[in-house]
Design a protein. Structure first.
Length: 248
């Protein structure tokens, strides 16, 4: 079969209204039966420290019709945890959550870091990963793929992946990159001090066996798009989020 000239599941994000919330979605993932996912905006501050976080998190859960909405205490590490939906958020210190239970939303909170959705809805398995530059440098996207293989027996080529709005190459300046980033990261350097972290994630997913045409990158830079929280732009603690769940 000839390769389609345009990746099957690539495309810009689309606006989606759920109840009274304006959210975003990946058209490619929407085509997958049994999968629910959204990207929120700064309309809802989901940061745990914020006074509005609890009501906002509950509002998001209800609007999406989820039995549970779970998140972890993210620490820019590579720990991934399988959840059953019986846990209470925050479930643990981790930067990735996975589940095979329907109705359990996995939330990654973010300001410039990536949320990387991994989904094999035909197998009833999903994960959501938190990957900033530290996560990229530590190989978090590939660790997520490996986790789903070892824990649930999902082969990498069964997975669909989507990378949320995040720090784009346009704004991804790392002046101390020589000391902060591993040497191999130079493959993703664009210009003097800028790095393309989306390209790094794509590379890591493909190297782990995810099919290129099943990877969607939002291509939306959080610094350039004020509808999202950006730590680099605002220096505030606000967080938007990316949620993935298996439909009940
Ligand atoms: Zn930008």
């Amino acid at each position: 079969m000839p390769r389609p000239s345009k990746p099957e599941y690539a495309g810009p994000m689309v606006a989606r209204r759920h109840g009274d919330l304006d959210l975003h979605a990946f058209p490619g993932l929407e085509a997958l039966p049994g999968l629910l996912h959204v990207v929120t905006t700064r309309e809802l501050d989901l940061a745990s420290a914020g006074p509005r976080a609890q009501p906002n998190l509950e509002r998001l859960r209800r609007t999406l019709g989820l039995r549970r909405l779970l998140w972890a205490r993210q620490v820019h590490g590579t720990e991934i945890m399988a959840v059953s939906g019986e846990e209470t958020a925050p479930v643990a210190q981790a930067d990735g959550l996975a589940t095979d239970r329907p109705g359990v939303g996995l939330l990654i909170k973010q300001a410039d870091c990536q949320a990387v959705i991994l989904a094999a809805p035909q197998r009833g398995v999903i994960a959501n990963l938190h990957a900033g530059w530290r996560g990229n440098a530590a190989g978090m996207p590939a660790k997520g793929v490996e986790f789903l293989a070892s824990r649930y027996g999902v082969a990498p080529d069964e997975l669909y992946a989507a990378v949320s709005p995040s720090l784009g190459a346009c704004c991804g300046e790392f002046v101390n990159w020589r000391s902060e980033l591993p040497e191999w990261f130079e493959n993703f350097r664009v210009g003097e001090n800028h790095f393309d972290l989306e390209a790094a994630t794509r590379h890591q997913l493909e190297a782990a066996g995810v099919r290129p045409q099943r990877i969607t990158i939002s291509g939306r830079c959080t610094v350039c798009h004020p509808e999202f929280f950006s730590y680099r732009r605002d220096k505030t603690a606000g967080r938007f989020g990316t949620v993935v769940a298996l439909r009940e």
